[in-house]
Design a protein around this ligand. Structure first.
Ligand SMILES: [Zn+2]
Length: 273
């Protein structure tokens, strides 16, 4: 057992809140730092189904990657979905803590490090070799494969969503160097191409940016579900926190959400596809 304040202090030694972007909202959302914690539940999204699962799992702390109230709020009344998340957690004695862009840019064990490991990259390094903190990682495949094969492999390696992954570029082009960036990082396409990446695996790609980046730089792009690109980090963070607390002499069980919170729930194939 540990106090919530001690759990947070341990976590923030790995993911310093000061690394978060200026526009971001990270840290403790609700909860009393003096509470005892025996179980921590990790998830990407602080949504109602996740809060319910955390409570059902007996967690006194829910750690999510995405903020609940990005940009602030005037109310936590249970008249909105977000308000109901707060009520569900507080009523059941559970805290909510957010590690967002500070986990994205962490020098080690970042969201993109976890994504790189999930798709089997070796020799993983920062996309920007000069920056101490930064989005995105670059790595190598054990052997070159076609874009089609890498997209298939990524779809199998990432947690399943109804729409899988889609790719932009010649399906038969060879891929050996891969850039990855968890979350919405299509804007890194040019930087990834300049760093020598054959493909950038990220999410939330847009029509014009994708078309232009592929045409201008020759890089291929893979668009996975935003949730799926960030979910691999949960197990990394849960494992680190559990081990750091154990090293400090406290036993806290860390569990990872398997609830799919990708907002897209249906994929209809086009005729002839
Ligand atoms: Zn995200």
């Amino acid at each position: 057992m540990a106090r919530l304040a001690d759990v947070i202090a341990a976590f923030e030694r790995r993911y310093d809140p000061s690394w978060a972007a200026e526009w971001d909202t990270v840290g403790l959302v609700c909860g009393d730092p003096a509470t005892d914690v025996t179980r921590v539940h990790f998830a990407v999204d602080p949504v109602e189904v996740v809060a319910a699962a955390a409570v059902a799992a007996g967690a006194q702390l829910l750690v999510t990657h995405h903020p609940l109230f990005l940009g602030g709020t005037d109310s936590v009344a249970a008249t909105t979905a977000k308000g109901r998340v707060v009520h569900q957690l507080v009523t059941n004695g559970a805290a909510l803590y957010v590690a967002h862009t500070n986990a994205d840019v962490a020098p080690a064990d970042s969201v993109s490090d976890a994504l790189a490991a999930a798709v089997g990259l070796t020799d993983v390094r920062r996309l920007d070799p000069v920056a101490e903190l930064g989005l995105g990682r670059l790595g190598n495949l054990p052997a070159p494969v076609t874009l089609r094969e890498f997209a298939d492999a990524a779809a199998k390696a990432l947690p399943a969503t109804v729409w899988g992954v889609r790719a932009s570029g010649d399906p038969d082009r060879m891929i050996s160097t891969v850039a990855v960036a968890g979350g919405a990082c299509g804007d890194l396409a040019e930087q990834a191409a300049a760093a020598g990446a054959d493909v950038l695996l990220t999410s939330d790609l847009k029509h014009h940016r994708t078309s232009e980046a592929v045409a201008d730089t020759g890089i291929a792009l893979i668009d996975a579900a935003h949730w799926a690109t960030e979910h691999p980090w949960l197990a990394v963070a849960a494992d680190l926190l559990g081990r750091d607390l154990a090293d400090a002499g406290t036993t806290v069980e860390c569990t990872v959400s398997s609830t799919v919170t990708d907002p897209f729930t249906l994929h209809a194939h086009s005729p002839g596809d």
